[in-house]
Ligand binder design. Structure first.
Ligand SMILES: Cc1cc2nc3c(=O)[nH]c(=O)nc-3n(C[C@H](O)[C@H](O)[C@H](O)COP(=O)(O)O)c2cc1C
Length: 401
């Protein structure tokens, strides 16, 4: 359908050298897959799923990013089991019906030239909440009266995530095995659903980070204590997921590179973790922050443009693993600079893509890169080229006319 698109870059050695391409638009090959550019749509929870299944909302929300030219489109955090959801309206991939509903979306993303990526998540203790615009507050008796009773999460230690939240069940070794197995099952279903890339959500205070952080992990068995013990759950989970995910498809890991003010989880810790993840076949570290200590992290990671780039930079250099930077990256030249400085390999955007889903095409124009209209559907490009021909006749500016 979209004949202008070609995901796989074919290289003819006898062909004349092409003009220099902005790095943002240089294809990247990860294992057996090549994304057409370095622009990634970061996961964005929508609170719009029904019975854990994505709906028309998700098709339109995600589809427009692929139509706008992104190389990789992430769907939102998707739960590996029912009790792992943050809210009743979060999607999952723990039933065949959910996998089928995602298939419609991955098919569409592929038809528009983007790779599709799923972020697998388990909220652990951070479950049974309202939406962000209701402060992520714990569900209450009033919600129960409206058919949404709170439920109990699971966690390394029985510590609620905020006052008023239910106390999570402290996981025994069978629970740990079951959660790892639910990730394995989710990998298999994600494959059935047609996803190209799988990301394990190890950030934002969810179950993996609950094990990593000494604030939420008070265990004295082999899954707690020093950093080796606290990393054990993450590493066993990633090993199992890697074994379940095809060798020729990339596996990402989202990390909260630092959390909190008190040095509870530091960038040095993340460098150690990233080295272990690399050894277990993780292909990209997706660099984020925070989640256990909430607003306290803001003191360590002020929200300035490109606020996670220093983390992506350090991990890339120290560990020798590709990294993805995210966080207030809004300008094409800004993104290009981070890549040119060798600080990251992929550029992820969330809120800017909500504002302008055609950001990749606009960035191509701003960087004098590839034909921006080659990034939008041919049926749009045909009309837009004609429109540009008329606009070119008025070089001094249409605003005066
Ligand atoms: C609406 C919305 C939903 C989000 N949902 C998720 C999510 O499901 N998983 C996740 O890891 N991050 C989530 N995030 C964080 C983004 O992926 C991203 O890291 C963050 O917004 C910073 O990037 P930005 O400045 O480009 O928005 C969400 C952000 C937004 C704005």
């Amino acid at each position: 359908m979209q004949s202008e698109r070609n995901l796989k870059a074919t290289i003819d050695p006898s062909a004349p050298a092409a003009p220099a391409q902005p790095l943002l638009f240089t294809p990247i090959t990860l294992r057996g897959l090549t994304a057409r550019n370095r622009i990634v749509v970061s996961p964005m929870s929508q609170y719009a799923a029904v019975n854990g299944e994505p709906t028309d909302w998700h098709l339109v929300h995600l589809g427009k990013f692929a139509m706008g030219g992104a190389g990789i489109v992430f769907v939102e955090e998707t739960s590996v089991e029912e009790r792992a959801r943050k809210t009743y309206h979060c999607p999952g991939i723990y039933t065949d019906a959910q996998a089928k509903a995602w298939r419609r979306i991955t098919d569409f993303l592929r038809s528009q030239g983007a790779l599709s990526a799923i972020q697998l998540g388990h909220a652990g203790r951070k479950v049974a909440t309202k939406a962000p615009w209701d402060g992520f507050s714990p569900l209450s008796d009033d919600d129960a009266k409206n058919g949404e009773p709170p439920w109990q999460g699971v966690a390394p230690s029985p510590i609620p995530f905020k006052p008023g939240a239910t106390i999570p069940i402290e996981m025994d070794h069978d629970d740990i095995k079951a959660v790892i197995q639910s990730h394995v099952d989710a990998c298999r279903r994600s494959l059935d659903a047609g996803f190209d890339i799988c990301e394990i959500h190890g950030a934002h205070g969810y179950i993996i980070q609950q094990f990593l952080s000494p604030i939420t992990n008070k265990r004295n068995d082999g899954y707690g204590g020093d950093i080796q013990g606290r990393m054990r759950f993450a590493l066993e989970l990633v090993e199992a997921a890697r074994a379940a995910w095809p060798k020729d498809q990339p596996l990402f890991f989202r990390s909260s590179c630092v959390d909190g003010k008190g040095g509870a989880w530091t960038l040095d810790d993340t460098v150690v973790l990233a080295g272990e993840l690399k050894a277990r076949g993780v292909d990209v570290i997706d660099c984020s922050s925070g989640g256990i200590e909430g607003p306290l992290t803001l003191a360590v990671v002020p929200r300035v443009p490109g606020y996670h780039v220093p983390f992506a930079d350090r991990i890339r250099r120290d560990v020798g693993i590709p990294t993805m930077a995210v966080g207030l990256i809004t300008e094409a030249a800004q993104a290009e600079r981070y890549l040119a400085e060798g600080r990251c390999d992929l550029i992820a955007l969330a809120r800017e893509m909500m504002w302008n889903p055609n950001w990749p095409a606009h960035a191509a124009q701003a960087l004098n890169g590839p034909d921006p209209l080659a990034l939008v559907p041919p049926s749009y490009a045909w009309w837009l080229r004609r429109r540009d021909e008329v606009r070119k006749q008025y070089p001094t500016g249409l605003e005066k006319i």
